[in-house]
Ligand binder design. Structure first.
Ligand SMILES: Cc1ncc(COP(=O)(O)O)c(C=O)c1O
Length: 396
């Protein structure tokens, strides 16, 4: 059969680092090994039942069987504004400052095409969520990395960016609570970000995917809580993590109205908005009972404690994440992140994500997801203990 080669644009997309890892993990599972998969970021809990019930009810309504309004239902945008007011004390104009998205990923990948021309520069955190790179490639833009390092609490150090890079940069991605490092941002850092973005005319895109997941009683802050943030950027929120709705594909962008307008313009050309019943359920999630969110965060915190306490008791010097559902663990010096991930898979049947998959500054770490039960996390610690890599060896 004739083969039609992909376009140069498709060929320029970054290679999916984790695809081969997923294959290897699947091979182990097919061979019958009991693999504890801590490598992925797929929430393991179901969507709260009141949200599912709303979808069921709304699916019966013939109004929702028609095309939705192109830019989404106004009631959902109003729900978003209500959510931001209630959770963060931030006032959002529903008609001009909210764009409805098919999940956060869609927005993150669309934004460079909305605002950046070929050859212009986008600042990207390293390590970082790989989809930022996809957006850069689709816009035929250039990326300049902002290293996230432990000595700076995994926040970018703007003073290290050269004036040349700052001059060329049009857009910047940030993400706190952070995937993969589990770090959270401070108000001071976001204030500094606003100042820097204003001075250099950079649009800030803060990916707030893990906004609901902060530990030790500390609620993660929104970028939009910083004065002037709306002038210089937007925040992208998703219902995937907060309400265990990853499969539903619903999120939104909030903030600077010119950016929101551009997102909606691009989306007008790409899609009609989400299924109306999903929009009704999303409104229910944002404005209905929030007990489920507290319970979910408490669940992740218990799992974090089991994992981190367990690993520390083996003598592995690991740091507890302050937010997100990931732990970012330094690997022993004699291993690369890929070697250590392979060792855990082959010898302990535990899948983790090697840090190098998130960028060069991810080397030396592995990312471990808290998306399995406390029992399985304890079992993972027991299996690691048997490898006798770390000094202390105690029963758990
Ligand atoms: C940092 C980060 N941003 C955005 C997303 C996108 O989530 P969704 O497309 O489900 O909204 C994810 C999902 O894993 C993520 O980890």
């Amino acid at each position: 059969m004739k083969q039609f080669p992909p376009s140069d644009l498709l060929n320029s997309l970054p290679k999916q680092f984790f695809a081969s890892l997923v294959n290897t993990v699947n091979q182990f599972i097919q061979q019958g090994y009991d693999v504890i998969n801590l490598g992925q970021g797929n929430p393991d809990q179901p969507t709260p039942s009141h949200i599912v019930a709303k979808l069921q009810e709304a699916a019966e309504n013939p109004v929702n069987h028609k095309y939705s309004p192109f830019q989404g239902h106004r009631y959902l945008k109003q729900a978003v504004a209500q959510f931001y007011q209630r959770e963060y004390g931030v006032t959002i104009a529903p008609d001009t400052e909210v764009a409805i998205l098919f999940g956060g990923k869609a927005g993150l990948v669309e934004i460079p095409q909305c605002l950046v021309n070929q050859g212009e520069t986008i600042l990207v955190p390293d390590p970082g969520y790989p989809d930022y790179w996809s957006g850069v490639a689709l816009a035929r833009a250039d990326a300049a990395i902002m290293p996230l390092q432990e000595e700076n609490h995994f926040l970018p150090d703007y003073s290290k960016l050269t004036s040349d890079v700052l001059e060329k940069a049009k857009l910047m991605f940030l993400n706190y609570p952070n995937n993969p490092t589990g770090a959270v941002a401070t108000k001071d850092f976001f204030d500094e970000t606003v100042r820097m973005a204003r001075e250099h005319d950079i649009c800030v895109v803060h990916d707030f995917a893990y906004g609901a997941i902060g530990f030790d009683g500390k609620k993660p802050i929104s970028f939009l809580q910083s004065e002037g943030a709306k002038e210089v950027g937007i925040e992208i929120y998703t219902l995937s993590k907060t309400y265990n709705m990853a499969g539903w594909r619903v999120g939104f962008a909030v903030g600077n109205s010119s950016v929101i307008r551009s997102i909606e313009l691009l989306q007008d050309h790409l899609y009609v908005s989400l299924f109306g019943a999903v929009q009704e359920a999303a409104r229910e999630a944002l404005t209905g009972p929030q007990e489920c969110v507290k319970e979910l965060t408490a669940l992740y915190e218990r799992r974090r404690n089991v994992l981190i306490d367990g690993l520390q008791s083996l003598g592995w010097q690991v740091t507890a994440p302050a937010g997100s559902f990931f732990a970012w663990l330094k690997v022993p010096a004699e291993f690369s992140s890929a070697q250590f991930a392979n060792l855990l898979l082959e010898k302990a049947h535990i899948a983790v994500a090697p840090g190098i998959g998130f960028g060069q500054f991810g080397e030396g770490y592995v990312r471990v997801g808290l998306l399995t039960s406390e029992e399985r996390l304890k079992e993972a610690v027991r299996r690691i203990s048997r490898l006798e890599i770390f000094k202390k060896h105690v029963d758990i």
